[in-house]
Design a protein around this ligand. Structure first.
Ligand code: AP5
Length: 217
């Protein structure tokens, strides 16, 4: 099964994609994570993407569709992929169709996480992760049980994304409204869109997504 998780910054795409990986053996393809890895490694793609990402704007369609195409050639994606943060423009949506059909695959669902944007600024601004294992935390909603120590791996280093400040989050949301939300009709016309309540608690969102994937949503 191949699905897209669609929603603005902080909607919970990454949170739910990780759960689907664990629970269903699907593979998360997050263009944001791939670009951040390229920035960290200092690759030519990373060098091009860094400033654009820090400004909260979109990296070029050619770069992101290129990295998704390379990733789809890896065998682990053959049994099912979760597209997290891709596609983000009409051109990327068309590229994804082509990339999948060239490999004899197809999209099963586009799951839109319905959210209240104002609440998301708070979600994104407070987010931080363990620098060693990547476990996610939040200043208000999920602090480590022991102050300064990761619950999962015991590490004491944490990190925050450079684009997780209120000003950049608002630019990212504006990009979503202007360029990403308009791809919904493309998928509506194919009958692929399903909606879940992204403001419900994390377990309830997982349950609603499971109902869709199990054909009950
Ligand atoms: P990307 O990394 O994709 O960021 P994003 O879309 O802005 O999404 P986030 O990762 O911020 O949010 P999320 O929906 O995954 O939420 P999460 O689960 O973490 O992209 C970053 C940048 O890369 C872009 O701005 C762009 O520059 C570039 N880029 C990436 N892809 C691109 C593309 N295709 N084309 C062009 N450029 C691209 O949750 C957030 C927080 O909320 C967490 O703390 C979590 O614990 C909490 N939370 C989650 N769900 C709930 C809930 N139901 N209730 C309460 N709290 C919750």
């Amino acid at each position: 099964m191949n699905i897209i998780l669609l929603g603005p910054p902080g909607a919970g795409k990454g949170t739910q994609a990780k759960r689907l990986e664990t629970e269903r053996g699907m593979v998360q393809l997050s263009t944001g994570d791939m670009l951040r890895a390229a920035v960290k490694a200092g690759t030519p793609t990373g060098l091009k993407a860094k400033a654009v990402m820090e400004a909260g704007q979109l990296v070029s369609d050619a770069i992101v569709s290129g990295i998704i195409g390379e990733r789809l050639d890896m065998a682990d994606t053959e049994t099912g992929a979760i597209f997290d943060g891709y596609p983000r423009t009409y051109a990327q949506a068309e590229s994804l169709d082509a990339l999948l059909s060239e490999r004899g695959r197809k999209l099963d669902y586009v799951i839109e996480l319905l959210v209240n944007e104002e609440a998301l600024v708070d979600r994104v601004e407070g987010r931080f992760t363990c620098a060693k294992c990547g476990e996610g935390y939040h200043d208000k909603y999920k602090l480590p049980k022991v102050d300064g120590v990761c619950d999962v791996c015991g590490a004491t280093e944490f990190k925050r994304r450079p684009d997780d400040n209120a000003e950049t989050v608002r630019t990212r949301m504006a990009e979503y409204r202007a360029k990403t939300a308009p791809i919904l009709p493309f998928y509506e016309a194919k009958g692929l869109v399903r909606r879940v309540d992204g403001m419900a608690d994390i377990d309830e969102v997982t349950r609603q997504i499971a109902a869709v994937l199990d054909g009950q949503g």
